[in-house]
Ligand binder design. Sequence first.
Ligand code: NOJ
Length: 464
Amino acid sequence: MMDLKNFLWGSATASYQCEGAWDLDERVESMWDHYLHEEGLENGDIASDHYHHFEEDIRMMKEGGQRAYRFSLSWPRIIKNKQGEINEKGLAFYHKILDCCHENGIEPFVTIYHWDLPQYWEETGGWLNEEVCTAFAQYAKVCFENFHTKIRKWVTFNEPKWFVCSGYLIGNYPPCIQDVSKTIKAAYHVMYASALGVKEFREGGYEGEIGIVHSFTPVNGVDDRIETKIAMRYADNYCNNWILDTAAKGEIPIDLLSELSKQYDISYMKPEQLKIIKENTVDFLGLNYYSRTLVKPYTSGETTFVVNNSGKAGKGSSKVIVKHWFEQVMHDPNSTYTEWDTEIYPKGLKDGLLEVHQKYGLPIYITENGIGMYEDVTVPQVDDEYRISFMRDHIKAMFEAMEQGANIKGYFAWSSFDLYSWKNGCEKRYGLVAVDFDHDRIRKPKKSYTWYRDMINSNAENLK
Ligand code: NOJ
């Protein structure tokens, strides 16, 4: 029988997506502020105004039966410039959040980097500049030193795959580059920076655990042919292995490096850095699960990435081909898809959890899971039955994986409350609690919030 006594049921947010107060209390510009302001796009200047509502938000987590809050620290709120000057007001804000968590019996689960690079580092080349790796380690050290008595669960990076590929390959996130060679370099620097962060944590002898969070899309093939298995390996290297193998085993997949080195210069991957990566692996893996990747062998066409994160529904528009490697199958007639082409596939979570458990043998947290929808939040309570059914099916899939031996220690719904969803803006909503962005950002629990509370309080009896 599964023991859920210490299981961390919670929900998650990220600094830029919820805090607002973008220029308050000496916070400096992040690359996202800069980019969205320059382009005149919908931004997170105010977002959910968590900066002024955090007490209410954390109290609602407690009243919602939740035991943990996953959130991120904002580098531009904490470190003012390249010289590493600390913003005491930024530290004070996070101390208030952490104290509030503890007063409410909520365990903080804290990400050090969730995409908001200070613009002063972006201007030096961002993740293409090796210096930024060292700067990240120094920033992480400031976080450990100041918050170590209040935080036991740390995460270096949120979703390297997603932000590196969106920023340097697909080009729809800042710095809006489309260049394979730069993608490889940025990816390498992020994984090296993550290992440097782990090294700081170990050397400081702090209590607790440190991990990484990955945008996990387990790979399935359309059939059992050997060509399909080769395509699956390429896809798995591209989607998952370069993060999970590197963080958990300290090894960048050698077949991936061998393939890339035929076309690109990777001589900047220095032996002393690879040694740091090898020696500083993580204590746990955080997996954000929304969907799987279904692949078939490459047939024809140039490398193409069309993904829908415009905020507008647009079924059927997505397309992913990596020339000579694989093609992603975007439509399985037996499956269900959201308006944003995300396949709803809970079985992928069970299979993926078992695969990760077998490959790495580390404790796992599901650090994000949820569904984004348009919702009318002017009603007294949003009746989000689709979210309840999505969460129920995925939590059941998680239990099945646990029954078969996967060591899963927590589940975080994305998101705690409605927030700003990057290029998707605010209208694609994921929250358990509605935020009315047009009316003083008032909060109203959705039906899913109550369902989640009852499920946790009943020890998931009705699901098991
Ligand atoms: C992944 C990211 O961590 C988060 O920032 C994003 O908003 C959600 N998934 C939903 O797409």
